[in-house]
Design a protein around this ligand. Structure first.
Ligand code: N01
Length: 541
C-alpha cells in the first residue's frame, strides 16, 4: 500500500483508528490494522521509525534482552532472514532492524513523521476521537491507539542554573543524532540507572575526565555481551519457535523463569555456587532465573544483594570508592536491574571520579559546571542520565480528554486507573499498548507489545462485527483490577523502594506501583479468558 492509500475507505479527515507512535508497538499495530482492512492514520513525532531506539542514541545504549527474543515474532520469514550480530544488540543495530521491518512490510509510508499528536478529545455526540496534530491537522477516529512507549517522557531534573551553563548538556533519552564527541572534554554524568551504567564506561574512555554524580548506588549485573557465532545463529534459528513459545508464557517474557527452589532453603555453599555460575552466564537470568523467593523475602534478597556487594568490593580497587558504590537500604531488583559492560571496573580508571550527591548534594548548575554543597566541579559537558516520567508520563503529556472533557492527568491524579492496563473508564475506544497496570516494563518489551497489539486488534474486530460504537471498562472491573495490581505488588519487595516503578523519581507523582507483576504468562491467559467471555469487564454499546 502506498502513502496515498493509507486512508483508503475513509472520508477525508475521518478514519477508523488513529495510532500514535512508530516504535515496536506502533509498527506492529499498523501492520495488523492494515491486514484487518481498518482505515487509520498513524503519527510519529520523530523523523523516523524506532521509538526508544530512535531517541536513545547515547553511547553504549543497548538492549538488556537477548537479541533473539528482543524482536518480532509475527513473521516466520522475518525471523529467519534477520541475523543478529551479538547477544545484546546495540542501539544502531536495533534501529537498523526496525528500519528493515518497516521497509520489508512497507510500513514507513503509513506514518506521518515529524508530527506530534498535540491533543485528543472524545466527542460524545459524534462517538469519535478528535485528534489534533502539530501540523495543524484534525483527524476524527473511532479508535485511539497509543503506542507511545513506557519510558519516553524524558526527565531533566529542575536544578537551578541550568540555563546559565556555558557548556553543552544532554539527556540520554534525547541524544543528538549526529553523536557527541567527548574527546578531550571534562564531562559530568548525573544518574546511575541503566542509561548511566551503560554510557559511563564508554564516556570514560573518550573524555579527558569524567565525574559521575551518584544519588543512589545501584546494583548491576554483567551483561557478558559477545558476538554470535555462525553455529549459535543456526541453532537459534532452528530453535526459535520453542524459544518464543517459552517467552510467551514465562514470568518476564524471557526464555527462563524462576527456579522452583528458595534461596533460604538451600545450603549456603550450594547457593553461592549457583549465584556464581549464573553471574558467569551474565544477563537478567542471574536474578529472574534464580531462586523464587528473591523478590518476595527480604532475607533471601539480602543473600543475593550481599553476593553483588562482594563482587563490587572485589572489582573496585579503592575501598572508599567501592564503599560509595555499594548499594544499601533497598532490596536488589526492586529498582530496574541494569546490565553492564565493565561499569564497576570503570571506577579504577585515573580519569574517573565519583561524587555521592546524597552526602554532598547538587546545589546549582553554574556557568562552568556543577556546584555541590562542598565544591564546584568544572565541566565542559553534562549528561543527564536521569530517567523518565515512566508509564503514565508518555500518556498524560499528550493532552487526552475523555467523556465530559475530563483530562487523563486529572483522572489519574492519585495514580493510574486502568483495566488490564489497556483501557480506562471515561475514555471510550482508547487502547493503550503496554499501559500502566500491564506487565510491560517488567520483562521483554516486544513480547508484551505483540500480546497487547493482538489482543487490541481482536477486540476491535469484535466491536466491528457487533456493529457496536463504544467499548470501555466498567467501574467495578477497573476498581477490581487496580486492587489486584496493588495486592500483587504488595506481596513483593518492590513497594519498599523509591523507584520509577513506584513513580518515586518524579516530584509530586503519586506513589503507586505502576506495572502488573503477576507474570506475563498469567496475564496473557487472563486476557484470553476475558476475550473468550465476550470481553468481560467491558461495557460494549
Ligand atoms: O533512568 P533511571 P534510566 N540528582 O530512572 C538519578 C530503561 N532502559 O534512564 O536512584 C541526582 O533508572 C537517579 O537517582 P535515584 C530501563 O527500564 C533500558 O537510567 O532516583 N540524580 C538514578 O540514578 C531503565 O530502568 C535500557 O536516587 C538524579 C538516575 O538518575 C529505565 O529505562 C537502557 C536526579 C535515573 O535512573 C530508566 O533508566 C536504558 C537528581 N535530581 C534504560 N534525578 C535497555 O534495556 C534522577 N537522578 C537498553
Amino acid at each position: 500500500m502506498s502513502a496515498s492509500q493509507k486512508s483508503t475507505g475513509a472520508r477525508a479527515g475521518v478514519v477508523d483508528a488513529v495510532v500514535i507512535g512508530a516504535g515496536f508497538a506502533g509498527l506492529y499495530t499498523v501492520y495488523r490494522l492494515r491486514e484487518m482492512g481498518i482505515s487509520y492514520r498513524a503519527f510519529e513525532q520523530g523523523g523516523g521509525v524506532g521509538g526508544t531506539w530512535y531517541w536513545n542514541r547515547y553511547p553504549g545504549a543497548s538492549s538488556d534482552s537477548e537479541s533473539w527474543v528482543y524482536s518480532f515474532t509475527f513473521s516466520k520469514e522475518l525471523e529467519q532472514e534477520w541475523t543478529w550480530s551479538c547477544r545484546f544488540p546495540e542501539q544502531p543495530e536495533i534501529l537498523r532492524y526496525l528500519e528493515h521491518v518497516a521497509d520489508r512490510f512497507d510500513l514507513k509510508s503509513q506514518f506521518d513523521f515529524d508530527t506530534r499528536v498535540s491533543g485528543a478529545t472524545y466527542d460524545e455526540a459524534g462517538a469519535c476521537w478528535v485528534v489534533q496534530t502539530s501540523s495543524g491537522e484534525t483527524v476524527k477516529a473511532k479508535y485511539l491507539i497509543t503506542a507511545v512507549g513506557c519510558l519516553s517522557a524524558a526527565q531533566v531534573p529542575k536544578i537551578p542554573g541550568l540555563d546559565q551553563f556555558k557548556g553543552k548538556w544532554y539527556h540520554t533519552g534525547q541524544w543528538p543524532h549526529e553523536g557527541v564527541d567527548f574527546t578531550g572534554k571534562t564531562v559530568g554524568v548525573v544518574g546511575t540507572g541503566s542509561s548511566g551504567i551503560q554510557s559511563i564506561p564508554i564516556i570514560a574512555k573518550q573524555a579527558r575526565h569524567l565525574t559521575v554524580f551518584q544519588r543512589t548506588a545501584n546494583f548491576s549485573v554483567p551483561a557478558r555481551n559477545a558476538p554470535l557465532s555462525k553455529d549459535r545463529v543456526d541453532q537459534l534459528k532452528r530453535d526459535i519457535g520453542q524459544i518464543r513459545e517459552t517467552c510467551r508464557w514465562a514470568n518476564i517474557g524471557q526464555p527462563y523463569d524462576f527456579r522452583d527452589a528458595e534461596a533460604l532453603k538451600v545450603p549456603a555453599a550450594e547457593r553461592q555456587q549457583q549465584f556464581e555460575a549464573d553471574w558467569q552466564k551474565g544477563g537478567f537470568e542471574w536474578m529472574f532465573g534464580s531462586y523464587k523467593d528473591l523478590l518476595a523475602d527480604r532475607n533471601a534478597n539480602e543473600l543475593a544483594a550481599d553476593f553483588v556487594r562482594d563482587k563490587i568490593r572485589s572489582i573496585v580497587k579503592n575501598p572508599d570508592v567501592a564503599n560509595k558504590l555499594i548499594p544499601k537500604g533497598y532490596p536488589i531488583g526492586t529498582k530496574r536491574l541494569p546490565l553492564d559492560q565493565n561499569y564497576f571496573e570503570t571506577y579504577n580508571r585515573d580519569n574517573v571520579d565519583l561524587v555521592d550527591v546524597r552526602a554532598n548534594p547538587i546545589e546549582a548548575i553554574v556557568a562552568d559546571g556543577i556546584r555541590t554543597k562542598d565544591q564546584t566541579y568544572k565541566l565542559d559537558a553534562i549528561v543527564f542520565a536521569t530517567g523518565f516520567d515512566a508509564m503514565t508520563g508518555p500518556l498524560t503529556r499528550i493532552g487526552i480528554r475523555g467523556r465530559g472533557g475530563q483530562k487523563l492527568e486529572d483522572k489519574w491524579s492519585h495514580g493510574p486507573q486502568t483495566y488490564l492496563g489497556v483501557a480506562t473508564l471515561g475514555f471510550p475506544n482508547m487502547f493503550m499498548i503496554t499501559g500502566p497496570g500491564s506487565p510491560s516494563v517488567l520483562g521483554n518489551m516486544p513480547t508484551s507489545i505483540e500480546q497487547h497489539v493482538e489482543w487490541i486488534c481482536g477486540c476491535i474486530s469484535h466491536i466491528q462485527k457487533q456493529g457496536a460504537s463504544t467499548i470501555e471498562p466498567t467501574q467495578s472491573a477497573e476498581e477490581h483490577w487496580g486492587q489486584h495490581v496493588k495486592e500483587l505488588a504488595d506481596a513483593t519487595l518492590f513497594p519498599q523502594t523509591d523507584s520509577w516503578y513506584m513513580g518515586a523519581n518524579i516530584p509530586g507523582k503519586p506513589r503507586v506501583f505502576l506495572p502488573y507483576i503477576g507474570g506475563f504468562g498469567t496475564y496473557r491467559k487472563l486476557c484470553n479468558e476475558i476475550a473468550e467471555k465476550g470481553y468481560e469487564g467491558f461495557s460494549i454499546r
